[in-house]
Design a protein around this ligand. Structure first.
Ligand SMILES: Cc1ncc(C[n+]2csc(CCOP(=O)(O)OP(=O)(O)O)c2C)c(N)n1
Ligand SMILES: [Mg+2]
Length: 620
């Protein structure tokens, strides 16, 4: 027996957990982010201090709890979900600040271990500072809000409950079908309570990350459907990366001749210059992929959750009788679009399918020449007086090394990136577009760089996102974790502005401007906000550029620097962007006084007619 506090036992246990896949073993939880308050400083904080100089559980002080969860997600995604970080927060607001990160992790199917602190189990002096105190249930705390966001949730009211909570948490973290946010809430008094733990609790444990193989009959059914296909299309999602199945996908594509489109999480699954890579599928995809999608008779989804962006809100696949074959480790995703389910690891499934399709070659053809020219033009517009955003992305795409990583999450950039970016390395493209959370860009980049210190990380940050959460710049500076930030200033929400205009709402409330006393609207002059100065004040080196030539030079300077560097550039939010020849369902007011809204509603109703129901022909 070892006498330790609950928090000390927790840390000791976590330090002894390993993951293993394909014979490679590594620490499952190699570090912890945290922000201390009265809820965890003397419990988990004290336990982390006891091992601080041993390397058993490195501790990283974050600046915002939401940001630290984003960083943990970036880290784990970069490590293909083989490792996860823990996040400890104080009770009340410290913990609820992690809720958005929890939702992001679960939506993206990325493992993170969340350790929110909780109210006194003994209830000796309720209400403790920051306790919710609901009259209908004294056992309810703010941490119950983690339940719907977590793939595993437990609260350790008594020390005896800890081992089961820990084993359950590790199982879900390492289950590729179930993984996401995993939460163990720790009452502040219980954290500090001592208990006699059996030695076995701290034995080294190796969690095997499974590669489930397809059921033979399911494989046969899937292969039979694909064999009958004249115009099949693969939609490659994030699961291809997490399974490290990019080589298997390439072999599958080359053997079968099937073109491969990708999703935001899947980009890079087949590198852009592979003759069978046709670009993004869906609302922000390439017209080449979207034309193939429209005509596809069999869609083979591999590791994709089929978000509405990917399916263009169920308008992307128009051929009557189109069938879906879904290879996914999670049955939830394999069952989508009433598809033939191939529940398996992506690599195992692709290899098995390739063998089962021996002799099959898809007769489908396409031509990407025109589209490649359109991308080249968008990358070199020469837009005046301010450069276009597509030129910023183009310059970065061209100047970055193949192994550098580009990071983005929300605004107008994810769409432009999905449409235009040419991924030259499987891990070059990192856009969080399941939760599309403003504020992920800098925090996520921090975790990505921690996971891949040998790569340069370039985070593209819109002014809106920057204002929401730039605090992890300070963490990067303090930890000596070098980031490259590209702050794209366009004085507001270019994305939602353009969306608003297309829906007849005239960019209302999307510009960062002074309120104009004459009109009462936010339509006055630009604000004197200087985000470069802001980044500089947080400890980043700053390069201000005005032209694309200066920007290219700044990328090289930033790359060569060994400290966190922010490049500031202003772009024209109204510059033209190529069309994906696709659609996204955002409902427009059915009745409106405004003529612009009425016109937009008419266009909306036309698109709605293309929307396919789950079962059956056309929408009623
Ligand atoms: C946390 C969060 N709040 C709101 C939104 C909705 N939203 C999506 S994009 C956007 C504006 C982003 O502005 P900015 O970062 O400047 O990018 P831009 O649109 O100008 O490219 C908003 C408000 C979001 N995705 N995430
Ligand atoms: Mg903006």
């Amino acid at each position: 027996m070892t006498r330790l506090t609950v928090a000390q036992a927790l840390v000791k246990f976590l330090a002894n957990q390993y993951s293993e896949r394909d014979g490679v073993e590594q620490r499952l939880i190699p570090g912890t982010f945290g922000i201390f308050g009265h809820g965890n400083v003397a419990g988990v904080g004290q336990a982390l201090l006891e091992v601080a100089d041993s390397g058993e559980m490195p501790y990283h002080l974050a600046r915002n709890e939401q940001g630290m969860v984003h960083a943990a997600v970036g880290f784990s995604r970069m490590r293909n979900r083989l490792q996860a970080l823990a996040c400890t927060a104080s009770i009340g607001p410290g913990s609820t600040n992690m809720l958005t990160g929890a939702a992001l992790a679960t939506t993206n199917r990325i493992p993170v271990l969340l350790l929110p602190s909780d109210v006194f189990a003994t209830r000796v002096a309720v209400p403790v500072l920051q306790e919710l105190e609901q009259p209908y249930g004294y056992d309810v705390s703010v941490n119950d809000a983690f339940r719907p966001l977590s793939k595993f949730f437990d609260r350790v009211w008594r020390p005896e409950q800890l081992p089961a909570a820990l084993l359950g948490a590790m199982r879900v973290l390492t289950d590729p079908a179930e993984t996401g946010a995993v939460t163990i809430a720790l009452p502040q008094d219980v954290q500090a309570e001592a208990y006699d733990w059996p030695e076995e609790l701290f034995a080294k444990r190796v969690w095997h990350i499974a590669r489930p193989v397809p059921e033979p009959a399911a494989l046969e059914r899937a292969a039979a459907i694909i064999r009958g296909a004249q115009r099949p299309l693969v939609v490659a999602g994030g699961g291809v990366h997490y399974s490290e199945a990019t080589e298997a996908l390439r072999a599958f594509a080359e053997t079968t001749g099937i073109p491969v489109g990708d999703t935001q999480a899947g980009k890079g699954a087949l590198l852009w210059d592979h003759p069978q890579a046709v670009g993004g599928v869906g609302a922000t995809g390439s017209p080449v992929a979207n034309a193939l999608a429209r005509e596809a008779d069999v869609v083979i989804g591999v590791g994709t959750r089929y978000s509405d962006f990917t399916t263009a809100s169920r308008t992307a696949f128009q051929r009557p009788g189109v069938q879906f074959v879904n290879l996914n480790v999670a049955a939830l995703d394999a069952a989508k679009h009433a598809g033939a389910m191939l529940v398996a690891d992506a690599r195992e499934g692709l290899d098995a399918l390739r063998a089962a399709l021996d002799g099959y070659h898809a007769p489908v053809t396409w031509d990407a020449t025109d589209w490649n020219r359109v991308v080249d033009e968008a990358f070199h517009l020469g837009h005046q007086p301010l450069p276009a955003q597509t030129e910023v992305l183009g310059a970065l795409n061209e100047e970055m090394d193949a192994r550098d990583v580009v990071v983005q999450a929300a605004g107008s950039m994810p769409g432009d990136l999905q449409m235009l970016w040419r991924a030259r390395d499987a891990k070059q493209y990192h856009v969080e577009y399941a939760y599309s959370c403003m504020g992920y860009e800098i925090a996520g980049a921090l975790g990505i760089k921690m996971a891949a210190p040998d790569r340069e990380v370039f985070s593209l940050v819109g002014d809106g996102s920057y204002l929401m959460m730039s605090s992890e710049i300070v963490t990067a500076v303090s930890e000596g974790i070098k980031l490259n930030l590209v702050i794209v200033q366009n004085h507001g929400f270019a994305s939602i502005g353009a969306l608003s205009e297309s829906l007849g709402s005239q960019r209302f409330g999307t510009n960062y401007r002074y309120r104009d006393p004459a009109t009462g609207m936010l339509s006055g002059d630009k604000l004197p906000v200087d985000l470069a100065a802001n980044a500089e004040s947080l400890g980043a080196k700053v390069i201000r550029v005005k032209t694309i030539e200066e920007f290219r030079a700044a990328i090289a300077t930033a790359r060569a620097s060994d400290v966190t560097t922010a490049i500031h550039i202003e772009t024209d939010p109204l510059a033209p962007v190529p069309s994906s020849e696709s659609w996204w369902d955002v409902p427009v007011s059915e009745v409106a006084a405004l003529d612009s809204t009425q016109q937009a509603r008419k266009a909306y109703e036309v698109h709605k007619r293309d929307q396919k129901p789950l079962i059956g022909g056309t929408q009623p």
